[in-house]
Design a protein around this ligand. Structure first.
Ligand code: K7E
Ligand code: CUA
Length: 672
């Protein structure tokens, strides 16, 4: 195609695309007019040149203008994506797909001064003073924003660590991690975390069954000694912390519990959790057994676990629990006897379970089944009340009849995993094997798509092998539609050559229109960790602080610290040296700290700045200390001065023209 012809179609598309975004034209000629329209519109001539040189197609231009944010303009939505085995959380603006921040969660991160000596943090794994020790790692999968009445409220964020079975709590006032809740019964989790509609509980499902509480049992005793688990972490919103004392777990058969979702609306008070490996395969290819991948895929059906968590809560209040490793545990027997646990057959090697916005239906995707299966909560409830069971599993858990509770099955394609929703009556399911997103219609009354209910409407290919997907507020009671992000596992050939380890590819998909109109707008390489799930919140719901409310702020108590000073001082008390140090552009006070080898040092550093973004850093290289002290913050650093010598300390953030001069000396006199 020659350049002239290209500009013939490029120009009107660009014009209409721009017009759709409220672009004001300076030309008085009709915009459809002709190839010359681009220059008539006083677009820089260079823009048309770029379009031609790159051979941009209409959809490319639409993608570009849809996602471009001029400097200083804010994104409408914020996406919180898990970091996979980077252990962190990524904050991404939508529609620009700009990475705005990483939140250090489970792993040390020196820019945030996280894990390198600052005491105001749940992460204390990197010792200071010595040669340092390896920080731990984590595998974050599912972030969960706090909810009020089933809608994101923008206050807190939780995330699960699959590798250690932990949940972290992040306060969205300052985007800092405040707490790890580490369950004492299991070494791993996966189906976590998901919150109940008013964030009463953060739900965490275990994955790989094991003897509870860290006990030992040979694999030959799998059926008797190994167990699954669901943990309900009680959240104290006032304190902004998980209340471990009032949390509890439910003992489960040794199936591999997977993702969960909390009921809402009519299903509030209930929770739904998938499982796989109801075969109870124990692997061991080296001994001639079928490998896990085959052993776990023999049965056509696994079991959705249906929990009545409100009733479980009552059992806890009534004392009907055991205590194991100091943690409240509802035994499997109690769960069955008291009617807080039911099973529902679900095909086949299920992965995601997602409750529709109305709370009436649960959508399950089976990795090895081309359908999604939709269950009706009303039918479940009826079957439970009528004790309409097809039987019990080996552990006595009643199994509801599939046909009695199924509402619909929709054939979508290969390898369906996860489902999200919009405000037009559509559901979106990721198809891993097919590398596509399927749009299909809900037969729900909350939102109604124009097409027939429970039917596949369209698919859009994505690049490649999509895991989760996230739509704007798409797992709440009131999704926003507009944006969908496909979190693709493989990027293959999408980006420049980067060596054998490739980034994931996060693709923004326009879902704003009905019907067969899905379009990929933008590719965002994520070159740091592997996002699994993400949640997208309307940006104006976040009420984040610009600077800490008062000078001398303790970020763990979220209140003023009594350690803040405006003038530096050193207090010596025998072997203990306390340094009170204010920071302001561009000096530390004091600039000399003289101590003796072996003395114990506690430093209280306060950033006196009230200016937005006037962050200072503090580092002592030889002592493995790195802090970030944001405006108003007071941090505590503690170490024993084991190594003699002279250690310059300096500010890590380029805070002013004289930032290089923001320095001082720690002088550690050798012991005689
Ligand atoms: Cu499907 Cu951990 Cu939610 Cu990965 S999980 S994709
Ligand atoms: Cu303070 Cu650089």
């Amino acid at each position: 195609m020659n350049a002239m012809k290209k500009s013939l179609w490029v120009a009107p598309v660009l014009v209409s695309a721009l017009a759709g975004f409220g672009f004001k034209w300076t030309t008085d000629k009709p915009v459809e007019n002709t190839p010359a329209v681009v220059s008539d519109a006083k677009l820089p001539a260079d823009a048309a040149k770029v379009i031609q040189e790159r051979g941009l197609k209409p959809d490319d231009i639409l993608g570009a203008v849809s996602t471009f944010m001029p400097s200083g303009q804010y994104d409408d939505y914020m996406m919180f994506a898990s970091g996979g085995h980077s252990g962190q959380i990524f904050v991404i603006g939508l529609p620009s797909m700009r990475l705005l921040r990483t939140i250090a969660v489970f792993e040390a991160e020196s820019w945030q001064g996280y894990g390198f000596g600052v005491k105001e943090s749940p992460l204390v794994s990197v010792p200071t003073g010595g040669d340092g020790q390896k920080a731990g790692w984590a595998d974050t999968h599912h972030p969960a924003l706090s909810e009020t009445n089933g809608d994101y409220d923008g206050q807190f964020l939780f995330i699960g660590d699959k590798s250690h079975g932990r949940i972290a709590v992040i306060d969205l006032k300052d985007f800092e991690t405040k707490q790890f809740a580490d369950g004492p019964l299991m070494h791993n989790d996966h189906g976590g975390c998901f919150v109940t509609p008013n964030t009463e509980y953060v739900i965490e499902g275990a994955q790989y069954s094991e003897p509870l509480g860290g006990e030992y049992a040979p694999i030959s005793q799998y059926r008797e000694k190994y167990r699954g688990l669901a943990t309900f972490w009680k959240f104290d919103r006032q304190k902004g912390r998980i209340d471990v004392e009032n949390s509890f777990a439910v003992e489960l058969p040794p199936y591999w519990q997977d993702l969960a979702d909390a009921g809402k609306g009519p299903s509030e008070g209930w929770a739904f959790m998938n499982s796989l490996n109801t075969e109870m395969a124990t692997g061991g290819i080296e001994e001639g057994n079928p490998p896990f991948e085959a052993g776990t895929a023999q049965r056509d059906m696994d079991y959705m676990h249906v929990f009545n968590w409100k009733k479980s809560e009552e059992l806890i209040k009534a004392g009907k629990f055991e205590t194991k490793n100091g943690f409240k545990l509802i035994t499997l027997k109690t769960a069955v006897d008291e009617g807080v646990l039911y099973f529902i057959p679900e095909p086949k090697s299920p992965h995601g379970v997602d409750v529709t916005p109305s709370g009436k239906y649960m959508v399950v995707a089976g990795k090895l089944d081309p359908h999604v299966t939709v269950y009706s909560f009303e039918k479940m409830k009826k079957a439970i009340d009528a004790k309409d069971f097809e039987g019990k599993d080996d552990y006595g858990v009643p199994i509801l009849r599939f046909d009695a509770v199924k509402e619909a099955q929709v054939e979508l394609g290969l390898g369906p995993l996860h489902t999200q929703f919009d405000n037009q009556g559509y559901a979106y399911t990721s198809l891993f094997l097919e590398s596509a997103v399927a749009r299909w219609t809900l037969g729900d009354d909350k939102y109604r798509a124009p097409e027939k209910p429970w039917t596949l409407v369209s698919k859009v290919p994505v690049q490649f092998n999509i895991g989760h997907l996230a739509t704007a507020e798409g797992d709440t009671v009131s999704p926003d539609g507009k944006h969908l992000v496909a979190l693709n596992k493989w990027s293959v050939d999408r980006f420049s050559k980067l060596g054998p380890l490739l980034p994931q590819n996060l693709q923004l998909v326009d879902i704003g229109k009905t019907g067969d109109t899905l379009k990929v707008l933008y590719d965002m390489p994520m070159g740091s960790g592997e996002p699994h799930y993400a949640q997208i919140i309307k940006a104006d719901k976040l009420k984040t602080w610009d600077v800490y409310p008062e000078i001398g702020w303790n970020t763990m108590t979220q209140s003023k610290s009594d350690k803040m000073v405006t003038e530096g001082k050193i207090v010596r008390n025998g072997n203990h040296v306390e340094v009170y140090m204010p920071l302001i552009r561009s000096h530390f006070d004091p600039e000399h700290i003289e101590i003796e080898q072996g003395q114990h040092v506690t430093m209280y550093l306060t950033n006196l700045e009230r200016t937005i973004d006037a962050t200072h850093g503090f580092s002592i290289a030889g002592y493995n200390i790195a802090a970030s002290i944001e405006p108003g913050e007071t941090v505590t650093i503690e170490f024993t001065a084991e190594k003699p010598g002279v250690y310059p300390y300096y500010c890590l953030e380029f805070c002013s023209a004289l930032h290089l001069e923001m320095t001082g000396y720690l002088m550690v006199k050798p012991k005689k």
